[in-house]
Design a protein around this ligand. Structure first.
Ligand code: SF4
Ligand code: SF4
Length: 258
């Protein structure tokens, strides 16, 4: 069974890269071989966070690069899969009996992966799963128990501040859900393209278990598709990195004039 995906990118990555990376990151260790130009693009877009290994040594004509990379990773060809935008390298990988997929939109990558490895690619597993901090699951209504409420209160908040009626019930009588603002959990925050829970250590049980609620559940992905279709989260939540930067500038200006 392969466990590492090597991205081999020569050309400027397309819009779809993030989606493809998010999908693969949840399942595998990702390594990257890229040209200088592509590396710059990946760093600029902060995509490098998905890669555990980025080669510093970039070849212009890198057909010998793949076997070297595999040996660097101390893996056998059976443990590796290549996603490449170079037909030459795809053919090279196949000739060396390494699984290879052409880089492209997620739907194409997914289809090829499912074709070549139905057992391992189709589902996410609690043993290997890594959250990409996309925040999509925090757009769902979260019911809370009394134990959950008491745990959240230990963070210093009063239940009045974070509880609400279930908007899906016709005549709700008790506030047993987390409050939402703009259809997003009141506790979700954003730093750049990462979303995080501001009460992480005190979060409700449902959030702790997500997305693996039942044993042996066959899950294609953790992102609730319906919720993803709503307004992009970056339009709803302010970027705290920018806020902090502005606050620092204001503090400096105040200091200058005090
Ligand atoms: S949907 Fe939730 S669990 Fe899945 S990657 Fe996004 S934040 Fe993580
Ligand atoms: S409590 Fe935290 S983890 Fe749970 S939905 Fe809200 S922000 Fe997400």
């Amino acid at each position: 069974m392969y466990k590492t995906v090597i991205f081999d990118l020569h050309n400027k990555p397309g819009e779809e890269l993030k989606e493809t990376l998010e999908f693969l990151y949840k399942r595998y260790t990702l390594a990257l071989i890229a040209s200088d130009k592509v590396l710059g693009e990946i760093k600029k877009n902060e995509f490098q966070r998905y890669f555990e290994l980025i080669t510093e040594k970039i070849y212009e004509n890198n057909s010998d690069n793949l076997p070297e990379m595999i040996s660097q990773l101390k893996l056998t060809p059976q443990q590796v899969m290549i996603v490449s935008d170079s037909l030459e390298n795809i053919n090279l990988a196949i000739s060396k009996k390494i699984k290879a997929v052409a880089y492209g939109p997620l739907i194409d990558v997914k289809e090829t992966l499912i074709e070549i490895d139905t057992k391992n690619i189709a589902y996410i597993s609690p043993n290997t799963f890594r959250c990409t901090q996309c925040g999509q699951c925090c757009r769902a209504i979260v019911k809370v128990s009394e134990t959950d409420i008491e745990r959240i209160e230990k963070s210093g908040l009063k239940r009045k501040a974070f509880l609400d009626y279930d908007p899906m019930e016709e005549n709700p009588t008790e506030k047993n859900c987390l409050k939402m603002e703009n259809k997003v959990c009141t506790f979700l925050r954003r730093k750049g393209d990462r979303y995080y829970c501001s009460i992480y250590d005190h979060r409700p049980n449902t959030c702790r278990k997500f997305p693996f609620f039942k044993k042996n559940l066959e899950l294609m992905d953790c992102q609730p598709f319906v919720l993803r279709q709503q307004e992009p989260l970056e339009n709803i939540l302010p970027d705290e990195n920018k806020k902090n930067k502005q606050e620092n500038i204001s503090t400096k200006i105040k200091r200058l004039f005090s």
